[in-house]
Design a protein around this ligand. Structure first.
Ligand code: DX5
Ligand code: ZN
Length: 219
């Protein structure tokens, strides 16, 4: 079964408590929390302060996706806010290896995200050091975009790299995941499905999460 990580970016910010309660009673595994700085991506979302409240609202894993320039400046702040996993973008880190080590020194899990144009091979020298690879299947910045089909062979390629290097990294797919394309994403090798609009804009989010959970070949 895949790990299901609803993205709170698509939640109702006028009533976050209701959406947190919904996720808590759902089969969702993680909270996916999208941090945007208006520089690395053309949108601004939220920072450590809100993550602190999400942390208080749930016992589920807080999966923090940093779409920010020079994320090394804020790692401690996000850890203190309650992140269990911090994912940084390879494109935003000049010294990616060092940044990964800094996350691990905080005692939490380290992830690296790749934009759609960034090759899987750019991870060769860090794949053994990380817990998660987030493959962006849209250009980051907004929820509700269309899945980019070339992500599918990229997932398979990453799966090969992970086994070649005996890495324990999970493959997370982020952007445009729907009930229709989820089976092929899992079949290609994904372990974690992020879903924003598919969950929060659906008529029955609890049922949608349950359906995502039951997707895939090994269920
Ligand atoms: C995009 C974010 C995603 C986004 C996913 O920049 O990283 O996590 O919220 O939303 P959907 O599932 O609606 O594409
Ligand atoms: Zn994300």
């Amino acid at each position: 079964m895949p790990i299901v990580a609803p993205s709170l970016l698509s939640a109702n910010f006028l009533n976050l408590q209701a959406d947190c309660e919904l996720l808590n009673k759902s089969e969702a595994d993680w909270y996916h929390l999208d941090v945007m700085d208006g520089v690395f991506v053309p949108n601004i979302s939220f920072g450590p302060m809100l993550i602190h409240f999400f942390r208080k609202a749930t016992a589920k894993t807080c999966d923090v996706h940093l779409m920010i320039e020079k994320p090394e400046r804020y790692l401690t702040a996000f850890k203190e806010a309650g992140a269990d996993i911090i994912t940084v973008h390879a494109e935003a880190c000049i010294h990616l290896h060092r940044t990964i080590q800094q996350i691990k020194e905080l005692g939490i899990k380290a992830g690296v995200a790749l934009n759609p144009h960034t090759p899987v091979a750019s991870l060769t020298n860090v794949i053994r050091d990380i817990d998660l690879v987030c493959l962006m299947s849209v250009n980051p910045g907004f929820g509700g975009q269309q899945f980019i089909p070339s992500t599918l062979p990229k997932i398979t390629e990453l799966k090969k790299l992970i086994s070649q290097y005996n890495s324990a990294a999970l493959i997370e797919v982020d952007g445009g995941v729907t009930l229709e394309n989820a089976p092929s994403i899992i079949e290609a090798g994904a372990d974690v499905l992020v879903a924003g609009n598919t969950v929060f804009k659906s008529k029955d989010p609890l049922q949608t999460i349950a359906s995502l959970k039951r997707m895939g070949t090994n269920t």
